[in-house]
Write a protein that binds this ligand. Structure first.
Ligand code: 5GP
Ligand code: ZN
Length: 109
């Protein structure tokens, strides 16, 4: 989608600190980290919110890649948190689905 910030990041039109990429997802460091490790995992296909995702396989792929990035790429052995903010009421500010991976310290809840 032409005016989407995260689509521009995927295309390389806006620079990012990439940590992982494959055919399905792109993962990069959050510009305002809320933990020592804060990475966003986004599907390459533009979908505005988690609530707009109904395809079971696509949902499974996204969570599979979140797991891969957290465990294998970032090696967050001590643990991590995965956050998906959904729509304005859920605190979503960028309307291209993204999973936050937060780790690197003990996270209060
Ligand atoms: P949301 O509140 O939509 O769940 O999270 C959006 C996230 O995107 C925020 O944590 C914010 O810091 C991050 N973000 C916004 N603009 C940029 C950007 O241009 N580059 C990067 N790397 N992260 C961004
Ligand atoms: Zn997009």
């Amino acid at each position: 989608m032409s005016d989407c910030l995260f689509c521009k990041i995927i295309q390389g039109d806006i620079p990012s600190d990439k940590v992982y990429e494959d055919d399905d997802v792109f993962a990069f460091k959050d510009i305002h980290p809320k933990a020592p490790t804060h990475v966003l995992v986004i599907p390459k296909v533009h979908v505005p919110t988690l609530a707009d995702m109904s395809d079971e396989a696509a949902l499974g792929r996204l969570m599979h890649r979140v797991n891969h990035v957290a465990n294998t790429v970032l090696q967050l052995e001590a643990g991590y948190r995965v956050v998906l903010n959904v729509r304005e009421g859920g605190g979503q500010e960028v309307f291209h689905v993204h999973a936050h991976i937060l780790g690197g310290k003990k996270l209060p809840f």
